[in-house]
Design a protein around this ligand. Structure first.
Ligand code: 5CA
Ligand code: ZN
Length: 406
C-alpha cells in the first residue's frame, strides 16, 4: 500500500544523543537500539480505517515520529513498518451500519489518514501494509504456529494457545482477572465454548455469511487481529525489533498476543527490545474512541483553518506517558507558542542556539520529554541575543527533531 509524502528532514549540526525509552515490559528505561551502529527497527500499530484520525491517533503517530527523528539524528538507518487493519469486525460493522462497501470505507479513511499524516509532517514508514494484501504472510505464520503445536481448531476457527509461549504475560504483567476483563472488552471471546484457555485468541476465522473471506489451507476465512501484526512485523523487520509501538490500549491483549505468536512461530525471544506505549488522549472525561464517537478529528480542525503545526505542537505539549484530555485551550496555547517562536526567528538574531539545541536533544532523548523540549525553545525565543546564526539553527532543529516547521 502506498504510504504518504515524506517531509524534508534537515540535518542538525552538533552532537546527537542516544535514545532512552521507557519499556512497558521491563517497567524501566532501555537504550534502543542497543548498538551504536544500528540499524533501528520499529513497528507501530496502524489504524483500523473505519473513521477519521482523531487527536489520540495523531498523538500516537507523532510520538513514534519523534523516535524516528531522534534515531535519524543519531545517524541510524531507520527501518519503520506500519500496518493497516483493513479487514476486521469494527470496520465490517461500520460498513454494514452505514450501507457502504467495507473496502470503499477503508480506502476513503486511509486516504484521509495519509492527508492528516502529511499535514502533521509525520515521516512515512518504509512499508505501509494492509492485512488484505498480507493474507499469504498470515497463512504462512499460522502454519508455522501449527507446526509448533500452538494452534487448535474450534468448529473450523483456529485459536492460538497462549500457554504455548512460556513468556506470555510478560509484556503487560497484568494479573489473570485483569487480562480476562481486557480480553473481553477488546475484541476477545473469553466465553467461547471449546477453548482450552479463555485467553486463547483467534488466528483464523472461518468464513461467515456476508463477510469477506480468502482461501487458505485451513479453509476459507479471514485472519484474526493479533496475528496480522506478528506476520507483517516478522516479514518486513524480522526478530528482534527495537520498538513495538502503539497506544496503551494495545498493551493487552494486542501486543501481548502478537509478541507471543511471533515468539512461538520463530522460537526466538523476545519479539521486541522495547514495548512503547502512548497514553490515552480523551475528551470530556472519556477515552477518545471511534466506537464511542467522542472525537476531535485532525481533518476537521484542518478544515476549520487550524495550522497543522499548531495541532502538532498541542500534542507535543503533553508527555506521551501521561493520559490527558483534549480541550480547545490546547490548540489556542499551541498557536500562541508557535507565533512566539516564529516571531523570535523573524528577529534575525538570537541568543546562543547551540545551547538550546543541546537542551532540546537532551530532553527528547530522555524518554521523549517533550514538555522540557518545548520549554527549551520557549526560553530561547524569550531571550534576546546577538547571534545571527541562531535563528537558522533553531529553525532546523525544530523541524528535524520536533517536526515543527517554523
Ligand atoms: N488497527 C489497530 C492496531 S493493529 C488499532 O488499534 N487501530 S485504531 O485505529 O483503533 O488505533 C490506531 C492507533 O491509535 C493505535 O496505536 C491505538 O493504540 C492508538 N489510539 C487509539 N485511540 C487512542 C487514544 N484515545 N489516545 C491515544 N492513542 C490512541
Ligand atoms: Zn497491531
Amino acid at each position: 500500500m502506498q504510504a504518504w509524502t515524506k517531509p524534508e528532514i534537515p540535518v542538525v549540526p552538533g552532537p546527537a544523543r542516544r535514545l532512552r525509552l521507557y519499556d512497558t515490559a521491563s517497567g524501566g528505561p532501555v537504550e534502543v537500539p542497543p548498538a551504536a551502529d544500528g540499524p533501528a527497527r520499529m513497528y507501530v500499530c496502524g489504524i483500523t480505517p473505519y473513521d477519521a484520525t482523531h487527536m489520540g491517533h495523531a498523538a500516537t503517530y507523532v510520538t513514534f515520529d519523534l523516535i524516528n527523528r531522534l534515531w535519524r539524528d543519531a545517524g541510524y538507518d531507520v527501518h519503520y513498518t506500519q500496518n493497516i487493519t483493513d479487514v476486521d469486525d469494527p470496520l465490517l460493522e461500520r460498513a454494514t451500519a452505514t450501507g457502504v462497501e467495507w473496502a470503499d470505507l477503508a480506502e476513503r479513511e486511509i486516504q484521509l489518514f495519509r492527508d492528516d499524516m502529511t499535514a502533521l509532517r509525520v515521516i512515512p514508514p518504509q512499508e505501509y501494509v494492509g492485512v488484505v494484501e498480507s493474507i499469504p504472510l498470515v497463512v504462512e505464520r499460522i502454519a508455522e504456529l501449527q507446526r509448533a503445536g500452538a494452534v487448535y481448531d474450534v468448529d473450523g476457527d483456529l485459536y492460538f494457545a497462549v500457554k504455548a509461549d512460556p513468556a506470555f504475560g510478560s509484556i503487560s504483567s497484568y494479573d489473570a482477572a485483569t487480562m480476562l476483563a481486557l480480553f473481553g472488552e477488546r475484541g476477545g471471546d473469553p466465553d467461547r465454548e471449546g477453548k482450552r484457555d479463555p485467553l486463547d485468541c483467534l488466528v483464523w476465522m472461518r468464513e461467515r455469511p456476508g463477510e469477506p473471506a480468502w482461501d487458505s489451507p485451513f479453509g476459507r476465512g479471514r485472519p484474526g487481529w493479533h496475528i496480522e501484526c506478528s506476520a507483517i512485523a516478522l516479514r518486513y523487520l524480522g526478530m528482534t525489533i527495537d520498538v513495538q509501538g502503539g497506544g496503551s490500549d494495545l498493551i493487552f491483549p494486542h501486543h501481548e498476543m502478537s509478541a507471543s505468536e511471533a515468539q512461538c512461530a520463530t522460537g526466538e525471544y523476545p519479539f521486541a527490545r522495547a514495548y512503547v506505549h502512548q497514553a490515552m488522549v480523551g475528551l470530556d472525561g472519556e477515552k477518545m474512541s471511534k466506537s464511542k464517537g467522542n472525537l476531535v478529528l485532525v481533518s476537521r480542525e484542518r478544515q476549520a483553518g487550524s495550522d497543522p503545526m499548531a495541532i502538532r505542537l498541542a500534542l507535543l505539549a503533553h508527555h506521551y506517558r501521561t493520559d490527558w484530555f483534549w480541550t480547545d485551550a490546547d490548540l489556542l496555547e499551541a498557536q500562541k507558542r508557535l507565533d512566539t517562536w516564529r516571531g523570535a526567528i523573524a528577529r534575525g538574531t538570537g541568543p546562543d542556539g547551540t545551547a538550546a539545541v543541546d537542551a532540546l536533544r537532551s530532553a527528547l532523548t530522555n524518554d521523549l520529554d517533550t514538555p522540557a523540549a518545548l520549554a527549551a525553545l520557549d526560553l530561547w525565543s524569550e531571550t534576546n541575543g546577538e547571534d545571527p546564526t541562531s535563528p537558522a539553527l533553531i529553525t532546523q532543529a525544530a523541524d528535524a527533531l520536533l517536526g515543527i516547521k517554523l
